[in-house]
Write a protein of this length. Structure first.
Length: 247
């Protein structure tokens, strides 16, 4: 029987938001908010955290979560997951980002469905709601083929609306083929191992998007659509937004 697990890659240091996973929100670190959310939303999947520092491990294990120590040298979350899955031994791995405190069970189960199909990798996207988000380089865009496979991911607004000189509004966004990429993935174990051995891609290094390494090497990525709300915490402002959401 195939084994599907969730592995959450966790890195202590963060360029844009130093030590954000330990940032306190209403008296609890962000990482713990995410861990408890996943356990509550998708209890049917074994849950592991691939960490690079004892501070993160201690934060999790004291609350009953399983942490696997991994090296500090990894260039991406997928590289970290590859090391952790050598211990776990799963056939399929769902990667929930440690800074996504509003992940839903429906999103996780959709990824599980996609990765059980013919693709080696899957991810999720959602419609853009505002032109400001579309222009924000921290909000990654994805455009897709007609069969739902990813064509490209970028931090830049795409496609460029030539007839509007690149200036778009909410009405245009509703018809725009680009979607907001969510930091949720699923992989077959074989691809994780291959990914860890591939050299960094040129586009990956420019955009700082690890999924581009997969596209650059000829693999398909299935993109599932979701309407579930999400708040990815990339900055202190995002953390404040999540705290306001909590009420």
């Amino acid at each position: 029987m195939s084994k599907t697990v969730i592995i959450v890659p966790c890195r202590l240091e963060s360029t844009r938001f130093p030590r954000k996973l330990l940032h306190s929100i209403k008296g609890r670190p962000l990482l713990l908010w995410v861990a408890e959310r996943i356990r509550r939303e998708a209890p049917e999947f074994p849950l592991y955290f691939a960490v690079d520092d004892k501070l993160l491990s201690d934060c999790l294990t004291v609350h009953g979560f399983q942490a696997i120590m991994t090296g500090v040298q990894h260039q991406s979350g997928t590289d970290r997951i590859a090391e952790a899955n050598r211990t776990v031994g799963a056939d399929y791995v769902i990667n929930v980002q440690a800074d996504e405190p509003l992940v839903t069970g429906a999103q996780i189960r959709r990824l599980a469905e996609l990765i059980a199909g013919p693709v080696e990798m899957a991810t999720l996207a959602t419609p853009f709601k505002t032109a400001a988000d579309f222009a924000n380089p921290n909000q990654v865009k994805v455009v897709m083929r007609r069969d739902g496979r990813a064509l490209y991911f970028s931090r830049s607004p795409m496609p460029f609306a030539r007839d509007k000189a690149g200036v778009v509004d909410e009405a245009w966004l509703l018809a725009n083929p680009a979607r907001k990429h969510l930091g949720l993935y699923a992989y077959k174990a074989a691809l994780i191992e291959k990914f860890a051995k591939l050299p960094l891609g040129q586009l990956e290094q420019i955009e700082k998007l690890e999924q581009l390494r997969v596209l650059e090497n000829g693999y398909d990525i299935a993109v599932g659509l979701t309407e579930d709300p999400t708040i990815g915490v990339d900055t202190p402002e995002d953390a404040a937004k999540f705290e306001r959401w909590l009420g």
